[in-house]
Design a protein around this ligand. Structure first.
Ligand SMILES: Cc1ncc(C[n+]2csc(CCOP(=O)(O)OP(=O)(O)O)c2C)c(N)n1
Ligand SMILES: [Mg+2]
Length: 1049
């Protein structure tokens, strides 16, 4: 424990940030003693024997003593005050464990106390402290008064140092315009010595400035000197904390980390940089600035969300990358919004300039399939040599939608996956950088949700560097209208991330904080924030007028010299560069841009695939097509099924005590396996286990997925006697199997689904599944579904095979535990309702290739098994939406035989009628078409009503893309039957609006398609059980009464 090195009397200032530095009045001494008494009670839980003695002493010495005695004791032991109780407790506990581990002054103090020393006599001043200070005190003072004054002054210095460390950033000069305050407060804190009169706060006068004080061990401003004159102390603290860098870190409750940061900012001269660094900085500013100027010149009226006002973003990112590369990172995954994105592509990732410039050509034709995206959303992947370190580095910028910050969890998921697949479990080589706008960073909840993933074992990327382009405005909105927190970065405090605010017009300060940020990430593997406080030179975009809404700010901005000009002047003045050298640099870069511009004119076709952020080498042909248009069979051998079944019904760990309910469940599984049968959970086991056997990594993430919300899965077993002892049987199937990751997630749909989507981007050879607790809750992740999953391929030619498992079904559980909103997913499907597709030989697979995602609702465990396996067997990747059952998990009829999963079996898009109605199809009067669990209820109703020969029931298992071919066959099989779509969902929900026009198209509109189901409703389900049952009865009647549609005709 580092704090154990502090002396007994050093604690008052450092622990309490005590403003009452003149000592406590007798009555608060009594309070202090009570606090210590309580503290000691807590501390002594560890040491009951010592407790009694200690308490006795405390009572004797403080609480029970006369006020006169308490006053004397306080003068002698000034560190005993109420606010230091926790610290005393800590010292005491440490001392009890090992008396040598605390400072000698504490050791002596506690020994004396234990030996029964009278109040005020236990503490003996350490000689090292008294030495320098006592020389400052008047010899005429009596020893007691002298000592007290000396201690007070020493403590005051400690408080002063600490005040700067805590609140120095509030007085830092962060705004390049000098008109705003990054913390939205124009007053400097009272304990920051911005003028001599503030010295009085600490009991000092101007005379004290020349007095020398010993420095506490919690500061590095001495740079090796143990003491300094007060004037110098204040000066150095000002330098470290109140110039162009504002360091927020004192909320971090780890002393080692705090000391690390103090050292990086307080050490005298630590911010000095070499001449080479200065020249590199200038060159990078030249590129950043001139790139925007070039675009502005060539395409004056085009939106590009330029970085002007924060040109320093480019050197900042490059510094982070250089420093990280030096520390061993070779893959950086980035996410960023619109601001400065083209500049980052050009000057950080080094996308060919002509590829960027040609995006501005309105005649550029799109070569790839898909609808594409605007230029400032596209992603990028580039492997190159990092010149600063001469090491290879891969940079990837993840494509993103306009929806600010939505890409954050996606970047994290991709980073986690790359770490996993590259064998870098601790994130030494692969890291992420997230860029943010100030308004979005504080406004968007996903930022908070993403921060909360940062330290979870299955989601951590071992530290993200966040860079905020804090231009102190969001479109037209002033920060005072867009956030309630002092800084736009305050959300990061929740994970104890240090926050480095820096004036964007001081490139050297920016360089320093960026280096420190990269070192922090390397040393602690935790998130860190660089807040580039800057301004936005133009309007929100280049054709927007900012004077409408921020007239004064923009008057100031119009007079603000560019950071490049200011820095150049400084370097010329200090002899680091000459004007000629600068002009040479300018003309060199101008030439590069002009030549690229000329080349860009030759680009007639835009290939979105050149903007791919996650290439999958070897998965496609060279021209990006699938290697085949067929899907291998998805069945597996009997042996494999039996083996997986055995593991799934056992505890593959010695000396493991499973819960009796688990033992029962395992017996049930064993019983099923012996009968060659599976329920839902076992089918899932078979699918995942067989994929693992074939080398496919499987990851299942979501709320409570390890056990399963419905307690059916139990993929992680817990020993009932040993805390945290668990076993994941799925990882004990075969010696050479692929790993299985199953992880309970944080309670965030947006964050976690985004994360898994990003994870699935990294490799096509993994099955990544996200399960919602109930399907109803997926809509808090709607942005990921709408902006990434449904249309990611169309916008960014990037495929993704993520699986969404969405528990769904009307079971009387009320409006928020019933519906995964199938209608929403189906409404976003891209297949044409009115067009009958050409039914080619490879229709089944080519239809999958053409769609934007697959939507299935399986009625049998075997079909669920095949649907998961098909995800990996397909020669391309599509998102898969599965509406999963709840009551079917335990329904005795919802079982499948091994026979339905053996080689030769496949996913069944449609399960036709196979009962008596199928044997005499001509006589069938009605063909009920349905999907999912309602099938079992319809079958029961039909049997009860004796209609097995009159009504055929066919299940559409793959709802989208719509299986036209099989529906045509099934409808043709029952020529006299009327066609009825039956669903348990309300009419304006569920599947009806999607299937009706497609059934009509498949049957050439020869017959009407009737509806049997609940009527339209705004809520997905009633909260009233009786109403639920009445509704069900009504729609079963409609489905089963054979003349129910006559009146409608
Ligand atoms: C979720 C979301 N809401 C609204 C918008 C519209 N919008 C685009 S940029 C912008 C302002 C962003 O401000 P800030 O985050 O500070 O970034 P800046 O443009 O200042 O760099 C807004 C509101 C959006 N793109 N995304
Ligand atoms: Mg902004």
């Amino acid at each position: 424990m580092q704090s154990a090195n502090w002396t007994a009397c050093s604690l008052v200032g450092s622990q309490s940030q005590n403003r009452n530095l003149k000592g406590l009045p007798p009555q608060s001494c009594s309070f202090a003693m009570q606090r210590i008494f309580q503290a000691a009670c807590r501390a002594s839980l560890l040491h009951p024997a010592a407790q009694r003695q200690w308490l006795l002493q405390c009572v004797k010495r403080g609480v029970a003593g006369s006020s006169a005695r308490r006053g004397t004791a306080l003068a002698q032991e000034p560190f005993l005050n109420g606010e230091s109780a926790n610290y005393v407790e800590e010292m005491y506990a440490t001392w009890l464990e090992n008396p040598k581990s605390v400072h000698r002054s504490w050791d002596v103090y506690f020994r004396n106390t234990m030996a029964g020393a009278a109040p005020g006599e236990a503490y003996i001043r350490p000689p090292s402290l008294s030495h320098s200070l006592s020389t400052e005190l008047s010899p005429s003072l009596s020893p007691g008064v002298r000592d007290t004054k000396m201690v007070e002054e020493h403590l005051a210095v400690q408080s002063l140092v600490r005040a700067y460390q805590i609140r120095g950033h509030n007085a830092a000069k962060l705004d390049p315009l000098g008109i705003m305050d990054a913390d939205l407060c124009s007053h400097a804190p009272t304990d920051i010595v911005t003028s001599p009169d503030k010295l009085g706060f600490y009991g000092f006068t101007e005379k004290s400035l020349d007095q020398t004080f010993r420095l506490p061990t919690t500061t590095f401003i001495g740079g090796g000197k143990p003491e300094l004159p007060l004037r110098e102390i204040v000066h150095r603290l000002e330098d470290a904390y109140c110039q162009h860098i504002g360091v927020e870190f004192m909320f971090i409750n780890d002393l080692e980390q705090c000391q690390w940061i103090r050292q990086k900012f307080e050490t005298p001269g630590i911010m000095a940089i070499s001449t080479d660094d200065k020249r590199t900085l200038l060159a990078r500013l030249v590129r950043s600035t001139r790139f925007e100027e070039f675009l502005a010149r060539k395409w004056a009226s085009e939106k590009r969300f330029g970085v002007e006002g924060c040109e320093v973003l480019i050197p900042a990112l490059k510094t982070i990358i250089d420093q990280s590369s030096e520390l061993g990172v070779d893959y950086v995954i980035m996410g960023m919004p619109h601001r400065g994105r083209l500049n980052v592509l050009a000057n950080v990732i080094r996308k060919d300039l002509e590829q960027i410039f040609c995006q501005f050509d309105s005649k550029l034709e799109a070569a790839d399939e898909g609808s594409g995206d605007v230029k400032y959303h596209l992603g990028m992947y580039h492997e190159r040599r990092n010149r600063a370190t001469e090491r290879d580095i891969t940079l990837s910028l993840v494509a993103n939608p306009s929806h600010l910050e939505a890409v954050d969890p996606v970047v994290q998921g991709k980073t986690k996956a790359e770490q996993f697949y590259r064998g870098d479990p601790d994130g030494h080589r692969v890291m992420s950088i997230l860029m943010h706008g100030d308004a979005a960073f504080s406004g968007q909840g996903i930022v908070y949700e993403t921060f909360h993933l940062s330290d979870l074992p299955s989601y951590t990327t071992h530290g993200t560097i966040h860079v905020v382009v804090n231009n102190q405005i969001g479109f037209t909105t002033d920060p005072r209208s867009s956030r309630s927190s002092p800084y736009c970065t305050d959300v990061a405090r929740v994970v104890n991330a240090p926050i480095f605010h820096v004036n964007g017009d001081d490139p050297e300060a920016v360089l320093h904080v960026c280096r420190v940020a990269a070192q922090w990430r390397h040393d602690f593997h935790k998130d860190v924030v660089v807040d580039l406080v800057c301004y936005r030179k133009n309007g929100h975009n280049e054709i927007d007028e900012p004077m409408f809404t921020q007239p004064l700010m923009y008057k100031k901005i119009s007079k603000q010299p560019l950071v490049l000009e200011k820095y150049l002047q400084y370097l010329i003045n200090t002899g680091v560069v000459t004007q000629e050298e600068y002009e040479e640099e300018i003309s060199k870069y101008g030439k590069i841009c002009e030549e690229a511009y000329v080349r860009s004119k030759d680009e007639k076709i835009m290939h979105i695939k050149h903007w791919l952020d996650s290439p999958w080498p070897g998965f496609f042909t060279l021209d990006g097509r699938p290697k085949s248009m067929s899907c291998p069979p998805t069945g597996v051998s009997e042996d494999v099924l039996a083996h997986i079944g055995n593991v799934a019904s056992s505890v593959p760990a010695p000396d493991f005590t499973a819960h009796s309910g688990i033992e029962r469940m395992l017996r049930g599984r064993r019983n099923m396996i012996s009968k060659r049968s599976v329920d839902w959970a076992l089918a899932e086991y078979m699918a995942i286990g067989s994929l693992l056997r074939e080398g496919t990594h499987v990851r299942l993430s979501g709320q409570d997925v390890e056990r399963g919300t419905f307690s059916h899965r139990h993929h992680v077993l817990h020993d009932q006697n040993v805390d945290k002892k668990t076993v994941v049987p799925m990882n004990h199937l075969w010696p050479n199997q692929a790993p299985y990751t199953v992880c309970n997630s944080s309670l965030s749909e947006f964050g976690v689904l985004g994360f898994e989507l990003g994870y699935a981007m990294a490799s096509p050879n993994a099955l990544i599944c996200w399960e919602a607790q109930f399907g109803d809750f997926h809509n808090t992740a709607q942005c990921i579904i709408d902006q990434f999953i449904s249309c990611g391929q169309a916008k960014w030619v990037r495929q993704n095979g993520i699986v969404l498992l969405l528990p769904h079904g009307m079971e009387g559980m009320g409006p928020e535990h019933s519906s995964a909103r199938p209608e929403r997913f189906l409404q976003m499907c891209n297949d044409d309702p009115d067009l009958l597709p050409t039914l080619t030989d490879d229709f089944e697979v080519s239809q999958l290739y053409d769609c934007n995602w697959l939507v299935v609702n399986c009625s049998t465990p075997a079909n669920f098994f095949h649907s998961l396996r098909r995800q990996i067997m397909l020669p391309f990747r599509k998102p898969l939406i599965v509406f999963t059952p709840k009551s079917l998990l335990r329904h005795p009829d919802a079982r499948s035989s091994f026979d339905e999963m053996l080689p030769g079996t496949d996913f069944r898009r449609v399960i036709p009628e196979s009962g008596p109605a199928g044997e005499a199809p001509e006589g069938v009067k009605r063909l009920l078409m349905c999907t999912g669990k309602v099938y079992y209820e319809l079958v029961k109703e039909r049997a009860t009503r004796g209609l097995d020969k009159d009504i055929a029931i066919c299940r559409i298992e793959q709802i989208s893309p719509f299986p036209h071919d099989l529906v045509i066959e099934e409808c043709a099989r029952f020529p006299s039957a009327e066609l009825v779509w039956c669903q348990e969902e309300h009419k304006n929900q569920g599947y009806y609006d999607y299937v009706k026009p497609r059934i009509r198209t498949a049957t050439c509109r020869k017959k009407p398609v009737w509806y049997a189901g609940r009527g339209p409703q705004p809520a997905p389900a009633t909260g009233n059980k009786a109403m639920h049952l009445a509704e069900s009865r009504r729609f079963f009647d409609t489905a089963m009464i054979l003349n129910s549609f006559e009146q409608s005709e």
